[in-house]
Design a protein around this ligand. Structure first.
Ligand code: FES
Length: 117
């Protein structure tokens, strides 16, 4: 199995219309995932970079949510038109795209200081 240099997770979780938590699928996260997959192919990065759909990442109000590992950089409000910037600056350039990042202190539901909780 390939060991990927970067792994891009795109939340495509769906909730029923009207659910108060909302969901990334209704903010067109599948288009974001498709844009990542297309750019990975266009850039010839299939053996180094992988984009996968994920279930809910518990940041639903900030969707579409994307996480890049191993960097553990979280992005919110990602649109297909942002994908080129993330690919160029972060995936190729190793520099997170600051204006799309969800700051660590804004990540909800993740016990950053005490993972055991
Ligand atoms: S539905 Fe995408 S983070 Fe929860």
């Amino acid at each position: 199995m390939a060991k990927f240099h970067k792994h891009i997770l795109v939340c495509t979780h769906e909730r029923a219309p009207g659910n108060s938590r909302g969901c990334c699928k209704h903010s067109l996260s599948e288009d974001v995932l498709l844009a990542f997959k297309q750019q990975i192919i266009e850039m010839g990065l299939q053996r180094k970079v992988r984009a996968n759909q994920s279930g809910c990442l518990d940041q639903c109000s900030k969707g579409p949510v994307v996480v890049v590992y191993p960097d553990a950089v979280w992005y919110g409000g990602v649109r297909p038109e942002h994908v080129s910037e993330i690919m160029r600056q972060h995936i190729l350039g190793d520099e997170a795209v600051e204006h799309l990042q969800i700051p660590d202190e804004d990540l909800t539901g993740i016990p950053l200081d005490n993972p055991a909780e």
